[in-house]
Design a protein around this ligand. Structure first.
Ligand code: CMP
Length: 142
């Protein structure tokens, strides 16, 4: 069954001009782009998005990193989109990521790891709604 998930091309990805390459890879892997936009996250928005990590030691640095430059957010659709996107991007730590994954190829560290992907169907719905209106998620379907 077709599923949707959210990806964020992080500031390191945009700064290093890798957005085109990463988006091409996602399309080649069979993902359809349902909605996409470039935004500059505020501390409030980045902090709220990553609120689940609030107590972690890396939280403040993560918010700082996510607000240092523009990001691109994408709603992606495919069969098994959530699991398949996580496979394509690889482990959080690029040192642990499988060969050929986006993070293995491009990520510099656990923090500067190029791309975020939702980790469950439930969180994908929450994260898509965080960045996109219902209209933005439906208007390109017809
Ligand atoms: P992401 O998939 O966006 O989810 C949470 C983010 O926190 C993660 O990618 C990394 O960018 C960051 N992160 C997770 N673990 C660590 C860590 N141990 N040190 C620094 N940053 C981390």
């Amino acid at each position: 069954m077709k599923e949707r998930t959210l990806a964020i091309l992080k500031p390191d990805c945009i700064k290093r001009k890798l957005a085109g390459e990463v988006i091409s890879r996602l399309i080649a892997e069979g993902f359809d782009i349902i909605a996409m936009k470039m935004i500059k996250l505020t501390r409030e928005t980045a902090g709220a998005f990553y609120a689940v990590h609030k107590e972690r030691s890396f939280y403040d640095d993560l918010v700082k990193f996510m607000t240092e430059y523009r990001v691109v957010v994408l709603a992606l659709e495919k069969e098994n989109a959530v699991v398949d996107l996580r496979k394509v991007i690889g482990a959080t730590d690029p040192a642990m990521a499988d060969e050929g994954t986006v993070r293995k190829m491009f990520a510099e560290s656990k923090q500067r790891n190029i791309i975020h992907a939702s980790d469950s169907i439930e969180n994908a719905a929450i994260e898509m709604a965080f960045f996109f209106s219902t209209k933005e998620l439906t208007e390109n379907n017809s």
